[in-house]
Design a protein around this ligand. Sequence first.
Ligand code: NAP
Length: 268
Amino acid sequence: MQFWVIAVIDSETKLLCLLGNPVAHSKSPLLHNALIKRHNLNLVYLMFRTSNLDEALSGLKAINFLGANITIPYKSEAMKFLDRIDGDGKACGAINTVLNKKGKLYGFNTDVYGIRKSLNVRKRKVLVMGAGGAARAACLALKDNEVVVVNRNYSRACRLEKDFCCRAEPFKNLGAIMKKSDVVVNATPVGMFPHCDASLIPKRLFEKNHVVFDMVYNPVKTKLVRDAESCGARTISGIEMFLHQATKSFEIWTGIMPEIESARKVIV
Ligand code: NAP
């Protein structure tokens, strides 16, 4: 993703960034730089693809970055390099936001908040696909539901069964689980740019009473969402979660909670 950032850089400019691998799909730099400009702050948001999170975080500390977002695949690994972690981060074993305060790194999980804001369901049967950081956030945010986790690597799904009040099932049972589910959550990168024609669920398995939430937000309408919509299911784009988690991170770094609808206009 390419866009112009017109910013005045001086010795007081503070830096924010995204750390992950890959990062090319991300709209975080676009959104955060627009919010920075709107609120007239002396900040710039960059993105770095890294294969060494430990050194990347030490580097941020050494040059006094204000903070960072952590994305795929580092949300759980990041925990061990931080000085303190917030309640949701501890409870789900993954963080996505780092604040550097006087040389100490504080970790937060704003994904849990983003999911709660996007998908308000209780006492429903929920299928979560994936067992990484985003799936862990889903299990925590949806703990008032009956959650079944399926994942390519079954033993990783079993770890979620141990850590949260949910049930792990092998992928081969997907058809039967779909029949019993009210809500379907994709917490894997399948369908994400540039592999936009991929989906983990065959179209024939969707029913019109399903609520389908895809955390992938680039493209805004993934194949999973398009297939579900064409079967009459209600769908929620990952853009909703993206906006809520991103504005919450912005508040952690700056003390300013941006207005959600004006943030939406930047990225949709
Ligand atoms: P992660 O920690 O790397 O976990 C990825 C998960 O996806 C793992 O369970 C992995 O299975 C599974 N997976 C990966 N490739 C797969 C494939 N080809 N087929 C089947 N399963 C596959 O990543 P994450 O941080 O949880 O993020 C997952 C997705 O959620 C990403 O696309 C991310 O952009 C999105 N997300 C969106 C938002 C938002 O604001 N909308 C926020 C957070 C995350 P294995 O265990 O078998 O490897």
